[in-house]
Design a protein around this ligand. Structure first.
Ligand code: UD2
Length: 311
C-alpha cells in the first residue's frame, strides 16, 4: 500500500498535516522527525495511527528506505528562524539545504509520486511593492531565507531534470495550536500568546509597525492537501498566505482586547535580517491549487489562544 511521508511530522506544521491526512482518510502515514525542534507529544491522540521514525534528514541512508515508494512526501523538516540561522548558520544550512537535497534524492530514487515542499515567504526579502507575487525576483536577507530558496530551486531542478513531481509552497508566518513558544527563536504569535496568558509584557523588536501575513495552520494544511492533488504544478512555487497584513502592534492590541487587559509591550532594537512587511498575492495559488484560506486573523487567534489556555 502506497504511503504518505511527512518529514518534520512531529513539528508544529508537520503534525497538523499528519492530522489533515488522517482526517482525509490516509491509511498509512510515516512521520520522519529527529525531535530537534519537534515533539512526539505533538502527535498525542494520533500517535497510534502513524509510523513514527526518529531519523534525521541529514542522513540519506536513514531516510531513503522510508521515502521509497511514497505517494506524496510533505517536506516540513527544517531548522526554522531567521535569527537562529544568523546566530548559528551551519546546522540550519545542513538541515535546510543538504537535508532537502537528501529528501529530493530519496524521492527521486525511490520513485515517490510527489514532493510538496515547505518554502518560506522570507525568500522575497524587502520588496518595493506589496503584495508579494511569485514572479518577483527573490532577495533573501538571511541565511534561513537563502536556504529555503535553495530548496525551491532544488525542487524545480529535480522536476526539470529528473521528472520528479515537486511543488513548493511559500508559507507566510504560520501560527496556531502547538507552535512552541518556549525557544528564543519561537514565532512571534506563540510568544505573544504565552505573554498575554501570563499577564506579562512581550518584547517587540523594532517599532512594532512591521507587518506579516499571518496564516492559520489549518489553512496551510488544506493548501498542502490540495497541492498534493493538483495537476500541472510540478516545478512551480506558490504563495501559501492569507493575503492580509497585520502589524505586531495590532496583533498585541487584539490579544489585550480578547483578554480585556492593558499590558504595554516592551520595545527593543530591530532584529538583523528582519523583513519589514510581508503580504501574499494569493492569485496563483487560488487559480492552480484551489487555495481557499478560511480563517480570518481574529478567528485564528481566538482558536489559538484557547488552545494555549488549555495547556
Ligand atoms: C520568517 C518568515 C516565515 C517563516 C519563518 C520561520 C518572513 C516575512 N517570514 O518569519 O514565513 O518562514 O521565518 O521561522 O520572513 N518578533 C518580536 N518579538 C519576539 C519575536 C519576534 O518582535 O519575541 C518580531 C520579529 O523581529 C519579526 C516578527 O516579530 O519582525 C516576526 O518574527 P518571527 O520570528 O515570528 O517570524 P519571521 O517574520 O522572521
Amino acid at each position: 500500500m502506497s504511503h504518505y511521508v511527512v518529514t518534520g511530522g512531529a513539528g508544529f506544521i508537520g503534525s497538523a498535516i499528519v492530522r489533515g491526512l488522517l482526517r482525509d482518510g490516509a491509511r498509512r502515514v510515516v512521520v520522519i522527525d529527529n525531535l530537534l525542534t519537534g515533539h512526539e507529544s505533538n502527535l498525542e491522540e494520533v500517535r497510534a495511527c502513524v509510523e513514527f521514525e526518529r531519523a534525521d534528514i541529514r542522513e540519506y541512508e536513514a531516510i531513503a528506505p522510508l521515502i521509497r515508494g511514497a505517494a506524496v512526501v510533505f517536506h516540513e523538516a527544517a531548522i526554522p528562524s531567521v535569527p537562529r540561522s544568523i546566530d548559528d548558520p551551519a546546522p540550519s544550512h545542513e538541515v535546510n539545504i543538504d537535508g532537502t537535497f537528501n529528501v529530493l534524492r530519496a524521492a527521486r530514487e525511490g520513485q515517490a509520486g510527489r514532493v510538496v515542499y515547505a518554502a518560506s515567504s522570507s525568500a522575497y526579502g524587502d520588496t518595493e511593492v506589496l503584495p508579494k507575487v511569485e514572479s518577483m525576483a527573490p532577495r533573501p536577507k538571511s541565511p534561513y531565507a537563502l536556504q529555503k530558496l535553495v530548496g525551491e530551486y532544488y525542487c524545480n531542478v529535480f522536476s526539470g531534470v529528473y521528472g520528479l513531481e515537486a511543488v513548493a509552497l511559500r508559507y507566510f508566518n504560520v501560527y496556531g495550536p502547538r507552535q512552541d513558544p518556549t525557544s528564543p527563536y519561537s514565532g512571534v504569535l506563540s510568544v505573544f500568546m504565552k505573554a498575554i496568558l501570563e499577564r506579562r509584557s512581550p518584547t517587540i523588536f523594532g517599532d512594532g509597525e512591521q507587518s506579516r501575513d499571518f496564516t492559520f495552520v489549518e489553512d496551510v494544511v488544506e493548501l498542502n492537501l490540495r497541492a498534493a492533488r493538483a495537476k500541472n504544478v510540478s516545478g512551480k512555487v506558490y504563495n501559501g498566505g492569507n493575503g492580509g497584513r497585520i502589524t505586531l502592534n495590532e496583533a498585541w492590541a487584539l490579544l489585550q482586547r480578547f483578554e480585556d487587559v492593558e499590558i504595554r509591550a516592551k520595545y527593543a532594537a530591530p532584529r538583523p535580517g528582519d523583513v519589514r512587511h510581508s503580504q501574499a498575492d494569493t492569485a496563483a495559488a487560488v487559480r492552480d491549487l484551489g487555495h481557499d484560506p478560511r480563517f480570518s486573523f481574529e478567528e485564528g487567534m481566538r482558536r489559538t489562544l484557547e488552545w494555549y489556555r488549555g495547556q
